[in-house]
Design a protein around this ligand. Structure first.
Ligand code: BGC
Length: 735
């Protein structure tokens, strides 16, 4: 079929806005209050456990028209059987909406979002979300609780794994790409799902990096740091939002009218559905802002919450609240209208079963194309943290290789946390991938050496012996998959258990041989000790279904790592929160005593934001600005020549940072404002150009609105956030 024919078919399927509104209005007019509350109720099925409570009667509620949406149910067969009950057995036959946490792939699992973000490849991220949506949609899912767009600067917090790192500008671009990927251009298409911007807001600011803890940030920090990626999602037409579990300055987000109605709907114009996080309305009671569930329900609906996930508070309390005159029927109607509207946008009233399709399920799930994309994404997410003496890549003519470490044979762990409907059995471990790649020619000895986090030292000796005998040694270290993600915070973010000791003892035996470590983990780690023991370290994150193969290719130089960190790696947990876009303070660090620093640790991180090496090297020429003055409505071009000075082709992420030297409020020392990912052949150069306009110079003014102020700016372009200042220009006043 021609592209145009496909498009016009989609257009025919897509209900017109008028038709859609008429449908919703007509349906609403027929509904009883109980049926309306049913639409505002989301219960979990029992296929995945993502929270503390499960009400096993969910099917009965669906049958009674008292539950309009289900999550944690998938496969075409199962979702069809549930949908049938809603469509055929309820009075109005309103189809169910099926949600699921499709976070980094559905069955073909991609790298965790934090790892994938290190690719700095927006098209790749859009594609991985697209593939995740395609697989999920074939299994009856209409709605993913993703992307998570929480800016995170505290790696103790386990949920950093689910986001895009510490940077606001990059976080916005990645949020848009992921929303586009999940939702596509046409929600009625059978391979698109509703996206959900979560967790609104500032969940990443949890005090002490402890999940669910309070957040106490200024209005300014909220506006500058935490809100922009959510606004970017609204601008990308995300159709659902999830309020965060946390409070901000005393107000739990689920009860925050300021956030959910004033900012989200009135200021940003969001028209979709706000659905809570898991039992978040109930939690207003332990938060201490509601005396009981009745008051909790009232607070939530007054704040602007349309749908209650799993808590059953709307389910049990709303009717009485309406009858007592405490909640207006109009507020209920408004919420139900929004929910019916997204069901209509998905085309569910035309065909409630359009998403459940065994044929598509069979054809698409774990298809060769999806697996190839997952491998490519895993390859692009690899970050070469250090490579002393070019210990990597290993030469292919080795006779023997020792593969040592508690993650060497892991399959399931490579999926990381929250791997949807993924299956560890589909994963090829690093050990198996290396054996498959190298064949009989290289003799591989594999020793785990120690557990991921135990104190059992009995295998250390065997590991050292294996290292002594081999031509080259590869350590496979890191965290267990469930050591990051929700409710998985750590106070000590070094390698757990005996892994440092293993690395150090093996190092003594590996001296003089090619020696490297690959890491699987869900957060930045404070791995100062490891950097001293091992010359080369390849950060692989939790790379997903095809992670083993991706690592094997990179270790032997068949691919060249090109990822760059999207979160700083601290030297020590005591430096946290640590991020590149810091402020200067009134007493910037110097050798003087009374300046902003520690007695026992530098201020700088172990690896900076934007850092990542390659098997080749790049040199940067002088930065050239097209002018030294910029009119307010004008623009300036910043150009730089990048040369591949090494021996192999490689990709480089060329990053643009700006600093506003003097403003009416303090500004960070540098902020990312653009990047280009380029591929350069050895010996060749590329000219990279950035256009800077006033929009890049805007900041949050004293009234918390965007402001562009005349004055001087510094420009930095380079391969990480440590790029030196290469030029300055002045933004002229208007007029
Ligand atoms: C998490 C959400 C998730 C939800 C449903 C919650 O515990 O915070 O991110 O979407 O569970 O599984």
């Amino acid at each position: 079929m021609s592209k145009q024919a496909v498009k016009s078919q989609a257009a025919n399927r897509k209900p017109s806005a008028d038709k859609l509104e008429r449908k919703v209005k007509a349906l609403l007019a027929k509904m009883t209050l109980a049926e309306k509350i049913g639409q505002m109720t989301l219960f979990t099925a029992m296929w995945a456990e993502t929270g503390p409570t499960i009400d096993r009667n969910f099917m009965q509620y669906v049958r009674e028209g008292r539950c309009g949406s289900i999550f944690n149910a998938y496969t075409a067969d199962y979702t069809r059987s549930l949908q049938k009950v809603a469509v055929e057995e309820t009075r109005l036959g309103i189809p169910l909406l099926f949600g699921f946490d499709v976070i980094h792939g559905h069955r073909t699992i991609f790298p965790i979002p934090l790892g994938e973000a290190c690719s700095w490849d927006l098209a790749l991220m859009e594609k991985s979300a697209r593939i995740a949506a395609t697989e999920a949609a074939a299994e009856g899912i209409h709605w993913t609780f993703a992307p998570m767009v929480d800016i995170a600067r505290d790696p103790r917090w386990g949920r950093v794994a689910e986001g895009a790192g510490e940077d606001v500008w990059l976080g916005c671009r990645i949020a848009e790409a992921r929303v586009r990927g999940f939702q596509g251009e046409d929600l009625t298409a059978d391979d698109t799902v509703l996206a959900c911007a979560k967790h609104f807001a500032a969940y990443g600011g949890a005090e002490a990096g402890r999940d669910y803890n309070i957040v106490d940030v200024s209005e300014r920090t909220l506006a500058e740091t935490y809100l922009p990626p959510f606004k970017a999602c609204v601008d990308a037409n995300v159709r659902t939002f999830m309020p965060a579990f946390n409070e901000i300055a005393g107000v739990p987000c689920t009860a925050s009218r300021a956030l959910l109605t004033e900012t989200l709907r009135h200021k940003w114009g969001f028209t979709g559905v706000v659905a809570t996080d898991y039992t978040a309305i109930n939690e207003l009671v332990p938060h201490g802002v509601a005396a009981d569930l009745t008051q909790a329900g009232q607070l939530a609906i007054e704040a602007g919450v349309d749908m209650d996930m799993q808590g059953g508070v709307y389910f049990t309390q709303l009717e009485a609240l309406v009858n007592a005159g405490k909640v207006s029927p109009a507020a209920i109607d408004e919420a139900v209208r929004r929910i019916l509207r997204v069901k209509a946008e998905l085309g569910l009233f035309e065909d409630p079963y359009r998403y459940c399709c065994e044929k598509r399920e069979k054809r698409l799930i774990l298809s060769p194309g999806h697996k190839a994309a997952a491998q490519k994404t895993a390859e692009k997410s690899l970050v070469l943290l250090q490579n002393e003496d070019n210990a990597l890549p290993f030469a292919k003519n080795l006779r023997s290789l020792a593969v040592i470490g508690p993650l060497a044979k892991s399959q399931l762990e490579l999926l990381g946390n929250w791997y949807g409907a993924g299956d560890g059995k589909e994963v090829v471990s690093v050990d198996a991938a290396l054996r498959a790649k190298l064949g009989e020619k290289v003799q591989i000895t594999t020793v785990e050496g120690c557990d991921i986090d135990g104190e059992d030292a009995s295998q250390l000796k065997a590991a050292v012996a294996a290292a002594r005998k081999a031509d080259a040694v590869l350590l496979v270290l890191g965290e267990r998959g469930n050591m990051s993600g929700e409710a998985s915070c750590r106070v000590d973010i070094d390698l757990p258990g005996l892994q440092n000791r293993l690395a150090e003892e093996v190092a003594a035996a590996a001296r003089g041989k090619p020696f490297a470590a690959v890491l699987f983990n869900g957060r930045p780690l404070a791995i100062g000790r490891l950097t001293k023991a091992v010359p080369s370290i390849l950060e692989a994150w939790f790379p997903g279904t095809m992670g083993g193969q991706a690592v094997a290719e990179a270790i032997f130089g068949d691919t060249n790592p090109s990822g760059k960190l999207v979160m700083s790696f601290p030297r020590h947990t005591g430096q946290i929160p640590i991020y590149y876009a810091a402020k200067n303070t009134g007493r910037p660090i110097s050798n003087e005593k009374y300046t902003s620093k520690y007695l026992d640790c530098p201020n700088t991180p172990l690896f900076v934001f934007g850092h990542g090496l390659s098997y080749t090297t790049f040199s940067y020429g002088p930065l050239r600005l097209s002018a030294t003055e910029m009119p307010k409505r004008g623009k300036i071009t910043a150009a730089i020549k990048v040369t591949n000075t090494g021996n192999c082709a490689g990709e480089e992420v060329v990053q643009l940072y700006l600093r506003d030297l003097v403003a009416c409020v303090t500004r960070p020392l540098k902020e990312l404002k653009g990047f280009k990912k380029i591929n350069i052949k050895p010996g060749a150069s590329a000219e990279v150009k950035f256009t800077i306009t006033a929009a890049d110079l805007a900041f949050v003014g004293p009234d918390l609105e965007p402001l562009v102020e005349a004055g001087e700016f510094e420009v930095m372009i380079g391969g990480s956030s440590s790029a030196p200042v290469g030029g300055r220009f002045t933004l002229l006043p208007a007029g």
